[in-house]
Each structure stands twice: as C-alpha cells, then as structure tokens.
Design a binder for this molecule. Structure first.
Ligand SMILES: [Cu+2]
Length: 284
C-alpha cells in the first residue's frame, strides 16, 4: 500500500505556534530593550551631528529588516510547518527551484551592501572629513598622555611649542610625562593630572601618546573614541559646541585599575581657558 504525502499525518505541526510565538517574543523584547535604552548622551560637538545621523540611519534600517525578517519567519512557520507542500518539494514550493534559491540569496546580499556600505558612506562622510581631515589652522592643540591608570594633560605653555619628551625620562612623581629639561621649549610647558580645559566653538586638536599599554580617549558627548598606541604619536580632533564639564573615559581595558582611569574636560570661553592656564605652574 502506498501513502500519498498529502494524506500523511503532518509532522511537527504541533510545535509551529510555539516557534512562531518565540519569534514574535524575541522581536518584541529586542525592540523594547532598545527603546528603553533611551539613546546617547546629549551631543556637544560639531561632527557629532553626522555621527548621530549615521547611527540613526543604521539603527532604523537594520531595525526594519530585523522586524520584517521575524515577521516573514513567523508567517512561514505558521503556513508551512508540517504541511504537504513542505513534505513534497517537487510540487512547486520554493525548494523545487535552484534558480529561485539563488535569487533569494543574492538579492538580499546586494540590498544589504547598498544599505550598509552606500548609506553609511553618504550619511557618515561629513563626520569622517571633520575627524580625519586637515585640522583647522587655528586649532587649540593639547597633548594627552595615557598611562596606567590616569590621564596626563600636556599644554605647550606661552611659547606654543611642546617640549621634547622621552619615555626613559618618565618619573612618576617628578616628571610623569617624561619632559626633557634640556629642551628650552619644555620650560614653560604645563601638565595636569586628569584636568583638561578647552575653548568652546574652536577646533581642538588632541595629540595622543601612551606610556605603557593601549588606552582609548573617549568622550561620549563629543562622539569621540580614539586609541592611544605606545610608540606612536596619534591624534584626534573635534569642536566642542557646548560649555560644561565632561568625563574623559578610557575605553580600552588597560589593566586592573582601568575602572579608575578618568579625567575631566571643562569646555568654557577662550578667556576662561587662558585664565585657567595662567594659574597653572609651569613644568620646571
Ligand atoms: Cu586606560
């Protein structure tokens, strides 16, 4: 006796609603989770507008695809689980055609490439240009030295020239950034432990040095995150647009004391920055 496939008992039909419910619950929970996060801290830099646009763009496009994908999965599970069409693919279901399979594999790949690569390039380009392009000629230049476990902030002093520094001259108590006393440009240099003041509405060019291991200069409100690499003089640049005090965090797990590696950036008028600088002791 032969049993026709359509008259056989549908296999796995009973678990279909459970699986569909799981897809729906996952989609709802993920959407609710992101919704309740509430977004990034209030923006305080010029290029950040374009960073935020890029994040929003990716978030919305991938969010729609995620929800659509789960919707289609749910419908297919409810429609085809244990069905005769699934049991007999030669009867014209999508499995019967390798051409269809190829089409459904390639079209989403191409669509994702256009959305992810093309879209991000268009929306994010202004941020890349401001972050990695030529710094404005009137930029306010500061050096940040990262070490386990603090931020040292180095200003060039009234002469506007950074004194030479060398790793072998570093002495934690007397010369933490390793300034060379023999260099005349170093005499008026200023350094602080974890305190940086920047003028509002003026480009800031931050030179980045690390004394020991990798660290990462991170200020969420400025939408800035840049690694510091021992042996390299790195840089990052941005323009603070809002006065206030911001926490400078280290976003690279740099050792046991990583959690206490924090500094403070005060954004204020140029006059206030000049006043504060004039109150600081020169290095030597
Ligand atoms: Cu660190």
């Amino acid at each position: 006796m032969t049993v026709h496939p359509s008259s056989a008992a549908p296999a796995g039909r009973g678990s279909a609603p459970l699986l569909a419910g799981l897809f729906v619950a996952t989609a709802v929970l993920v959407a609710y989770g992101f919704w309740s996060l509430g977004g990034l801290p209030e923006l305080a830099s010029r290029h950040g507008v374009s960073i935020d646009a890029t994040i929003t763009y990716l978030f919305v496009t991938t969010g729609i695809l995620f929800l659509l994908g789960h919707g289609v999965l749910t419908l297919f599970v409810l429609r085809y689980a244990g069905s005769a069409e699934r049991a007999a693919p030669e009867r014209g279901s999508p499995h019967a055609s390798s051409k269809l399979e190829w089409r459904w594999a390639l079209v989403p790949v191409l669509v994702m490439c256009v959305i992810a690569e093309g879209g991000v390039l268009i929306v994010g380009m202004p941020a890349f240009a401001q972050l990695y392009g030529e710094a404005p000629p009137d930029s306010f230049v500061v050096e940040v030295v990262g070490k386990q476990f603090e931020w040292l902030v180095h200003y060039p002093g009234p002469d506007g020239v950074f004194g030479r520094s060398e790793a072998k001259l570093v002495n934690d108590a007397r010369n933490p950034i390793g300034l060379d006393k023999k260099d005349p440009a170093a005499k008026d240099d200023i350094y602080t432990r974890g305190q940086m003041h920047l003028p509002v509405g003026r480009g800031a060019l931050i030179r980045l040095r690390a004394l020991d291991v990798l660290h990462s200069f991170t200020v969420p409100q400025f939408r800035v995150k840049q690694d510091l690499i021992p042996g390299f003089l790195g840089r990052t640049q941005f323009e603070p647009t809002r006065t206030g005090q911001y926490e400078l965090a280290c976003a690279e797990l740099c050792g046991l004391g990583h959690y206490r590696m924090r500094g403070f950036i005060t954004v204020e008028s140029q006059e206030e920055v000049d006043q504060w600088l004039s109150e600081q002791e020169p290095a030597f």
